[in-house]
Design a protein. Structure first.
Length: 356
């Protein structure tokens, strides 16, 4: 192991020890209404998820955020600031959603923008009704986040919630402070990328804006499922530069799409079939830019928690020029959603015909 790699691993181990102590405070498991009978009989997907986000060696704060949600069950929303560790967890439900966001470091409050984007997306996807309209919910939420970051509505709501209702307050000063705060954030331009994968029993849905990436590992073959919204990628599509030039081009970090950057935003939404043992890997640019595909395959073939830690360790050790964040999901199988008593929730045909 090189000296830089050893230093990176020591830093990561120290950070991981701190994250383990903070884990109980960071996780928020939010209950949602019980599944309706129709959802109780719906096909379910079983998956395991793990993630890690660490501040890069040249960054002063971590502006990346991670999260997951299971409709009708639980949602993990990101912490307020700093590094995040998502220990491996097994999930089951009609939909399992994972998401990653990278706040733009050249803009103010990128960490708040990325947290707002992840939290809003997971909360919109978490109610059971999202199952029948996944593409619409994904696209609509991306557009909602874009508009609220652009206008400052997200910060105005937060400011009103913090300041209203105090003793002796008529609320006018609180609303005025909230409007001033919203205008300040609007002028300073908070922006973020956002990428999400929603897995059902038959399909994977991907929604994407920015330069985070989604890879799929299937049968030891790694496939990139998203397109970077960057100047370098645009030049590559126009065949003005070659792939090897794009990897080091100064425009590889200059985004052509983000949330909060323009009045309208084009959201890439696509879907495809899934198979048991598929692994979906979501990475920020600080993670994927310095890791060869062979290392990604090796990390994802084994234990997910160890794999994501290894990928982030490698990124930090190689001197990543941004924060390094990874969240991975492995499909364990599909079947019928289980009822609380451990059965499938659906009676045999003969019993439904003849009665109890």
């Amino acid at each position: 192991m090189t000296e830089s790699a050893a230093d990176g691993r020591r830093v990561s181990q120290a950070v991981m020890a701190s994250l383990q102590k903070r884990h109980a405070r960071q996780i928020r498991l939010r209950s949602w209404p019980e599944l309706s009978p129709a959802h109780a009989e719906a096909a379910a997907v079983r998956a395991e998820v793990a993630g890690l986000s660490l501040t890069g060696p040249v960054r002063r704060r971590n502006e990346d955020r991670l999260g997951w949600a299971v409709p009708g069950d639980r949602v993990w929303v990101p912490g307020h600031a700093g590094d995040e560790w998502l220990p491996k967890v097994r999930l089951s439900g009609p939909i399992v959603v994972v998401a990653i966001a990278d706040g733009l470091g050249g803009h103010a409050d990128g960490d708040l923008a990325s947290r707002f984007a992840i939290t809003t997306l997971l909360e919109r996807m978490a109610p059971p009704g999202a199952l029948g309209r996944i593409a619409d919910v994904l696209r609509g939420t991306f557009e909602e986040v874009n508009g609220r970051l652009l206008t400052g509505d997200a910060w105005e709501d937060a400011g009103t919630a913090r300041g209203s209702g105090g003793p002796g307050s008529d609320g006018q000063g609180d609303r005025r402070d909230a409007r001033q705060g919203a205008e300040s954030h609007r002028r300073r331009g908070s922006q973020t990328t956002l990428t999400a994968v929603a897995i059902t029993a038959t399909s994977a849905w991907i929604a994407h804006v920015g330069d985070c990436r989604v890879y799929r590992l299937r049968d030891q073959t790694l496939e990139l499922l998203t397109t970077d919204h960057s100047q370098a990628m645009d030049l590559l599509r126009m065949r003005l530069i070659r792939p090897e030039q794009a990897a080091t081009h100064p425009g590889r970090h200059l985004l052509t799409r983000s949330l909060g950057g323009d009045i309208t935003v084009r959201v890439d939404v696509r879907s495809g079939e899934i198979r048991d043992d598929d692994v979906f890997l979501l990475c920020t640019d600080g993670a994927w830019s310095g890791i060869p595909s062979g290392d990604m395959i090796a990390a994802m073939e084994g234990d997910l928690e160890r794999g994501v830690r290894d990928l982030v360790d490698r990124s930090i050790a190689r001197g990543a020029d941004d924060n390094a964040s990874v969240i991975a999901l492995r499909i364990l199988g599909t079947g019928t959603a289980r009822s609380p008593d451990g059965t499938s929730g659906r009676r045999p045909l003969w019993r439904r015909v003849l009665g109890p």
